[in-house]
Design a protein around this ligand. Structure first.
Ligand SMILES: C[S@@+](CC[C@H](N)C(=O)[O-])C[C@H]1O[C@@H](n2cnc3c(N)ncnc32)[C@H](O)[C@@H]1O
Length: 242
């Protein structure tokens, strides 16, 4: 079974529109001469936009197919002299950056899921130069899930807090908040629908594939009875004062 890669139906591997991505790149301030590192970059669309804005970039992801697609995009845009994309464990990366992006990928640092957000904030403290910015895309509860919603999805209540709690955690780690933006329902629906359509197209061509049918049915249940309208995604542009 080989489902088509997600980048055939999505610009970003997350609930993010192009206009929101451009806004987030602007929120990072002047990028000329700055080095941006994206941990868990996927096919690196967001990183490539910072490079287009003048930065140099480095991205790491375990997914070799996504990295190959990112390299192709970099080549098509004439950016290969300023960006490198690496297949590897982003949790093992170390170095210095002016901007660190951890977008929908706090899991790259491993460990208990309840520590993932703090791990990303701590990584920023290790890797960012003074005055550096952390662009953090992280989940939060838009509203408290009901018992029925919690029972219908594989996400424990303790996994996320409110946006205010997330920002408080960032402050406790020494950051200041430059910009805050959150995915809207259209962005979520586009993201989720792209996953669904890949499976449904496959099933139309391979109706006997019970494994994909079960996965498609399970994802639809998780989405519609669990997290839709309840689980949010917030993008924080944080600065680590010098
Ligand atoms: C939801 S996607 C987000 C991708 C990207 N940040 C974006 O916004 O398009 C999460 C990504 O994390 C990557 N990932 C998960 N664990 C990883 C690890 N230990 N090292 C590198 N990448 C990892 C996955 O392969 C996937 O591409």
């Amino acid at each position: 079974m080989t489902l088509p890669p997600l980048h055939e139906d999505l610009v970003f591997h997350g609930p993010m529109s192009s206009s929101r991505a451009d806004l987030l790149v602007r929120s990072l301030g002047r990028l000329a001469g700055q080095h941006v590192v994206d941990l868990g970059c996927g096919w690196a669309e967001l990183l490539l936009r910072t490079v287009t804005a003048g930065a140099s970039g480095h991205g790491v992801d375990l997914d070799a197919e996504a990295i190959a697609h990112g390299r192709k995009l970099a080549s098509e845009r004439g950016l290969t002299d300023r960006v490198t994309l690496e297949v590897g464990d982003a949790g093992a990366w170390s170095g210095k950056a002016d901007v660190l992006i951890v977008n929908g990928s706090t899991q790259v640092f491993g460990g208990d899921p309840l520590t993932h957000t703090a791990n990303a904030l701590e990584a920023g403290r290790r890797f960012l130069r003074p005055g550096g910015r952390l662009l953090l895309g992280e989940g939060f509860w838009e509203r408290e899930p009901t018992a029925a919603q919690l029972a219908a999805m594989p996400v424990p209540l303790e996994q996320y807090g409110t946006v205010a709690e997330l920002v408080d955690l960032a402050m406790e780690h020494g950051y200041r908040l430059l910009w805050l933006s959150q995915a809207n329902q259209d962005e979520w629906d586009e993201f989720e629908s792209a996953h669904a359509v890949a499976r449904e197209r496959w099933l139309l061509a391979h109706p006997e594939d019970t494994e994909v049918r079960q996965r498609a049915d399970q994802q639809r249940e998780w989405r519609l009875k669990g997290w839709r309208g309840v689980l949010g995604m917030v993008y924080l542009t944080l600065v680590l004062p010098a």
